[in-house]
Design a protein around this ligand. Structure first.
Ligand SMILES: [Zn+2]
Ligand SMILES: [Zn+2]
Length: 132
């Protein structure tokens, strides 16, 4: 789903967690999220400084080991929050996605596990992403 407005670090990590073995380039991010090159580059630079992404010789970015752990938690948190917002709070899929984007980074492992249990172990979110 494209992001309305600003690209978040968690958008990039979440996207990379859906296909951890394939690298992503700046033009990929620009195309997928509809943001400009400079903001995509700024986010990727920040993630690289935090040792969550590394760049290969061809200019593709990949998750580091630390990045994989973080990205997986963010994707799990996003799907669980989105499911909760849709199914229990009755938000539209678009609103649930928007709200999940703003809470996924703050979601701890403990909360994700509790939510997963409460939601009775969902396997996918409303827009079809599989829970890792
Ligand atoms: Zn979503
Ligand atoms: Zn979704």
């Amino acid at each position: 789903m494209p992001c309305a407005g600003r690209l978040l670090k968690s958008d990039v990590l979440r996207r990379m967690a859906t296909s951890p073995s394939t690298g992503l380039t700046i033009p990929d991010l620009v195309g997928e999220f509809g943001v400009d090159i400079l903001s995509a580059k700024a986010i990727v630079d920040e993630l690289q400084q935090e040792n969550l992404l590394r760049r290969d010789e061809s200019g593709s970015y990949h998750l580091t080991e630390q990045g994989q752990v973080r990205a997986r938690l963010i994707l799990r948190a996003h799907i669980l929050l989105e499911t909760f917002f849709c199914d229990y709070l009755k938000l539209s899929v678009a609103s649930a996605h928007h709200e999940a984007r703003h809470h996924e980074e703050a979601t701890t492992q403990l909360l994700a596990i509790a939510l997963e249990k409460y939601l009775n172990y969902p396997t996918r979110c409303a827009c079809g992403l599989a829970l890792p």
